[in-house]
Design a protein around this ligand. Sequence first.
Ligand code: KIV
Length: 266
Amino acid sequence: MIKEFKEKYLKKVPIVMLTAYDASMAQMINDVAIDGILVGDSLRHTFFGDSTTVTMTLQDMVYHTKAVKNGAPKSFIVSDMPFMTYNVSPEKTLENAATLVQAGAHAVKCEVRPTNIPTIARLVQEGIPVMAHIGLQPQYIHEIGGYHLKGTSKSEKNELCELAKSLANIGVFAIVLEKVSIELSKTITSLVDCPTIGIGAGPSCSGQILVTNDLLGLTPNFSPKFVKQYLNGHSLIKDALAAFKNDVETGQFPTNDHAYADETVQ
Ligand code: KIV
C-alpha cells in the first residue's frame, strides 16, 4: 500500500513495480510481493495490439482495473488515466479519477505537462493519490513523433527538473521517469522529496517498473535496451501450444487420464 511505498523510499529500499492487465498476471505479481501493480495503458499495445496508447478509453481502463483487483485484492494498484481524461475541467478530471478508484485503484497515474499542474493538484487535494509520469510520455506520441530519449537538450533538462519539482511540491506520491539519461534521472531524484520510479532511466531512481510482457519476452521482435528479458515467453508458450496440437493430432491427448469414467447411478 502507499504507506509501505513511502516507508521504502525513506529507508532507501528500491521500490519494485510491474504492469498487469488481467487477474492471473496480477495474482502472480502479488505472489512475489511486488510493491505495486500498474494497470498501464501500455495494454493498448500488449493486450490489444494497437500501435499507440492514445486510443485507450476510461471504460476499458475500468474493465482491466477490476480484473487486476480481482486477481490481487491485497496489492497496491495504480491505474493509468487515459489520454485526455485529465486535461479536461478539474471537476471532470476528478470524476474520471474517481471512476478508476471505484473500480479498484488506490491511485492514478497521469502523463503530466506543466499546464496540467493545477488540475493534478486538485486531485491530490481531494484525496486521490497521483503518480506523475514525465520524460517520454507515450500519450503524446503524435506531438513528439517517436519514442526517443527525452531531456537531451539543456532547456529540456531544465524543463523536466522544474516539472518534477512542481509535481513534488503539489504532493504527487511518486514520479515515473521514462527514457531519460542516467545523469538526468539522478539529478531529478536528488531534487524531489518523493520516489522516482524509472523505466529506461538507469539505476539511480528510487524504484523501477517494467512492462511485465516485456520482461517475460511475450512480445516478439521488441527488445529495447532498457528491458532485461527474464524469459523467452513467446517461444516457450508457442512450444507448449504446438505440443498440444501435436498431442491432439497424434491421439496422445486426451487419454483416459484426462477423462471421466461413467458414474451413472442405477
Ligand atoms: O502504461 C504503462 O505500462 C506505463 C509504464 C511503461 C510506466 O506507463
